[in-house]
Ligand binder design. Structure first.
Ligand SMILES: *Cc1c(COP(=O)(O)O)cnc(C)c1O
Length: 374
């Protein structure tokens, strides 16, 4: 539920999502990942623009996302990444024609007990150490499926652990070998089996991992998985789709020696102008960024000062003392003047020792979203 009392807004540029999708390859070779409310960008609007761009399949998180997409009229193949956890989930998958991942024998048995015919995808753990079967499980998988007769495996799926780390290329190659082994063994029993392994990093930097369909997530939303690595160029041209705006509530003159916000960690070393803006940690601006981030105001960067509060924080606007209430500050993205770069999700993520995925999910889901198409 977005914090509707807050005037902070999450702006999503759907045209950027479309261009990112087009940059990653042919529509038929891509299954964009729109789990977790499309990484905070909004499930239905993102599915809509990708549909317009020709997407034929989507990877989603839970069965309820599949239900929502079907009710909105989407006919794409929908791969259910977390599979079906309950008999009800299996019913939902059958009713809405979802493609659940099956990751262990209990799960397979529950599916076999579902009184409907269903296509399924088989999850292989090729080295992520998360969900999935190993190659040695295949004979038992085959036997259970043959005995059940309602389940039809159509795809083998696995996931890279470190494909965004060029220095770990050998591990990725090992995962590819393990996945190919698994898929080959499965295809001996179910010949029509398709293969899907790669994420954004593979789509941009591992052409051998394309197989039948790639599953890019972050890159669709503009994030370069190779940022800060030797292969950063592989993600050139991606455009962030999300930006966050927040209005200035008050601008005040602070005398030398006065402090700002909780704990008084900031003291004015000279007379200065301070803007209070309507964005804090309940809008996803992590308190750990206090005194360590910038925002754009009038296209230029100004430093955030003092502790970030629950739904406000302060900016040093001494460089533009006529800034006025109602003007917008941009903690993420926004219109930048020449020679100025907007704050992006990687910049904030590095400061917080996290990844842009987390920031996009939080800022996107905590704030009311507005959509643009340019
Ligand atoms: C989230 C996810 C992806 C997408 O990964 P990105 O790094 O965002 O491209 C692909 N496959 C699975 C199984 C995932 O969970």
């Amino acid at each position: 539920m977005p914090v509707s009392f807050s005037p902070t807004r999450c702006h999503v540029n759907l045209a950027a999502i479309k261009r990112n999708f087009q940059r990653l390859g042919a529509p038929g070779a891509l299954m964009p990942v729109i789990k977790s409310d499309a990484y905070g960008h909004g499930l239905l609007p993102v599915a809509g623009i990708l549909d317009e761009a020709g997407a034929r399949s989507f990877a989603i998180g839970g069965a309820s996302e599949g239900e929502e997409l079907r009710n909105a009229g989407f006919g794409q193949r929908l791969l259910l990444l977390t599979g079906c956890r309950t008999p009800d989930d299996w019913e939902t998958a059958a009713l809405y024609g979802l493609l659940p991942l099956v990751n262990d024998f209990k799960n397979l048995e529950m599916g076999a007990a579902c009184p409907h015919n269903l296509e399924i995808a088989i999850k292989c753990d090729s080295g992520m150490g998360r969900l999935g079967f190993g190659k040695d499980d295949i004979p038992a998988i085959a036997e259970k499926i043959r005995n059940s007769s309602n389940l039809k495996p159509v795809m083998a799926v696995s996931h890279f652990a470190s494909s965004d780390m060029p220095e770990d290329a050998e591990y990725a190659a090992g995962q590819m070998a393990a996945f190919e082994d698994f898929a080959r063994a499965l295809a001996q029993i179910f010949p029509a089996i398709g293969r899907s392994l790669g994420n954004s990093a593979a789509a941009l930097g591992l052409p051998d991992a394309a197989y039948d369909v790639l599953r890019p997530g972050l890159a669709i939303y503009g994030g370069n998985p190779f940022f800060g690595t030797s292969r950063e160029n592989a993600g050139a041209g991606l455009e962030w789709a999300m930006s966050i705006s927040t209005p200035i509530l008050q601008v005040k003159r602070l005398a030398k020696g006065q402090s700002v916000s909780y704990g008084r960690i900031f003291r004015a070393l000279r007379d200065m102008d301070v803007a209070v803006v309507s964005c804090g940690y309940s809008q996803g601006l992590a308190r750990g960024l206090s005194g360590r981030c910038d925002m754009l105001v009038r296209g230029r960067r100004v430093p955030q000062i003092g502790r970030i509060c629950m739904s406000m924080c302060m900016l040093d606007v001494s460089s533009m003392p006529d800034a006025a209430p109602g003007e917008l500050a941009w903690p993420l993205g926004g219109p930048a003047a020449a020679e100025t770069s907007p704050v992006d999700a990687w910049e904030l993520a590095m400061k917080l020792d996290t990844v842009p995925y987390e920031l996009l999910c939080l800022m996107g889901s905590l704030n009311l979203r507005e959509y643009e198409n340019n």
